[in-house]
Design a protein. Structure first.
Length: 273
C-alpha cells in the first residue's frame, strides 16, 4: 500500500517537526501574544483613567494593604509623609528612553504610619558606569502624588548588595519593595509608587508608557496562520506522495528522452549497421 511511506524515518521526522511547530503556535505562542494584548488593554485603560481621574488615598485605592494589580496599576495615589533616605536602594541595569540609567528607590513613611517604597525616578551614568550624583529627598513632611506599580520579580531572587563597585551604596537588580524592605530592615507594604514630574523628591521622572494598542494581536494571528500553513503544507505533500511519482516513491517513472538523446541513439544505430 502507498500509505507505507508514512512510516519511513524521513517522513516521520518531518511529521514530528510540523506537528510540534503547529501545536506550539496554537497552544503557546498565539495565547502568549493574546495575553500580552490583554495586558496592554488593561494598562491603557488604567493610564487613560489616571489622566482624567483625581488622586486617591492609599487606603481607598489599595485597602487592607493590597498590592497593586492590573486593575489598580498606574492609578494616582496621594500620600503625605516623610522620606527615609537611610533605607535608600538604587536599582541598576535600567534603561530609560534607550539609554542606561539607575532608578532611585526611597522608603516613605506616611503620617498614618505605613511605609511604602517610592521610585523617585532615574539618574544617568558617568563614564565609569556609576550613578551620577543626585539630590537627596526633601526632609520633613511632604505631600506627594504617585502612580501605583506592582513589584518586579528577579528570577534569581537576589538581594540588594553593596561593595567597592557600588561605592558602598545599596543596589538591587529589580524594583521590588520586599528587596528594599530586607535591605533596609523595614516593614514595607507590597508594590511601589512612582513619582510624577514636579513632585517633591523626584529626580528624572520616568516616562509613561505609550497608549497605543501595540502589535500583539496581529502577532497572535500570525502565529495561528503559521501553524495552519504548516499543517496545510504537510497535508499537501502527503496527498502528493499518495499519487504516482511522489518524492518518496521507490520505483521512479521512466524519464522521457530528450530530442538530443534520441538523435544520438539514431546516430549510434546507423554506425552499428
Amino acid at each position: 500500500m502507498r500509505l507505507k511511506f508514512l512510516l519511513k524515518p524521513g517522513w516521520l521526522a518531518l511529521t514530528l517537526v510540523v506537528f510540534t511547530f503547529a501545536v506550539c503556535c496554537f497552544t503557546l505562542l498565539a495565547p502568549w501574544q493574546f495575553s500580552r494584548d490583554n495586558e496592554r488593554e488593561h494598562q491603557n485603560a488604567a493610564l487613560r483613567e489616571s489622566f482624567s481621574g483625581q488622586p486617591r488615598s492609599l487606603d481607598q485605592l489599595l485597602p487592607g494593604g493590597a498590592a497593586p494589580d492590573q486593575r489598580t496599576e498606574w492609578h494616582l495615589v496621594a500620600m503625605k509623609g516623610t522620606y527615609l533616605p537611610e533605607g535608600e536602594v538604587v536599582a541598576r541595569l535600567r534603561s530609560v528612553q534607550g539609554e542606561a540609567a539607575f532608578e532611585v528607590l526611597t522608603p516613605f513613611r506616611t503620617v498614618e504610619g505605613t511605609t511604602v517604597l517610592v521610585d523617585r525616578g532615574y539618574v544617568r551614568l558617568d563614564d565609569k558606569s556609576r550613578a551620577l550624583p543626585y539630590a537627596a529627598p526633601p526632609a520633613g513632611i511632604v505631600d506627594v502624588v504617585t502612580r501605583a506599580r506592582h513589584d518586579e520579580r528577579d528570577g534569581k531572587n537576589r538581594d540588594a548588595f553593596a561593595d567597592g563597585s557600588t561605592g558602598g551604596k545599596l543596589q538591587s537588580y529589580v524594583v521590588d519593595s520586599q528587596v528594599v524592605a530586607r535591605a533596609a530592615k523595614l516593614d514595607i507594604r507590597p508594590g511601589y509608587f512612582q513619582l510624577d514630574v514636579d513632585q517633591p523628591g523626584v529626580l528624572g521622572a520616568l516616562p509613561l508608557p505609550q497608549t497605543d494598542a501595540g502589535p500583539f494581536f496581529s502577532y497572535a494571528l500570525q502565529w495561528i496562520a503559521f501553524g495552519a500553513m504548516a499543517l496545510m503544507g504537510w497535508l499537501y505533500f502527503t496527498v502528493r506522495e499518495l499519487k504516482p511519482g511522489g518524492a518518496l516513491t521507490t520505483a521512479r517513472p521512466q524519464r522521457r528522452k530528450s530530442v538530443a538523446e534520441m538523435l544520438a541513439e539514431d546516430e549510434r544505430s546507423e554506425v552499428a549497421t
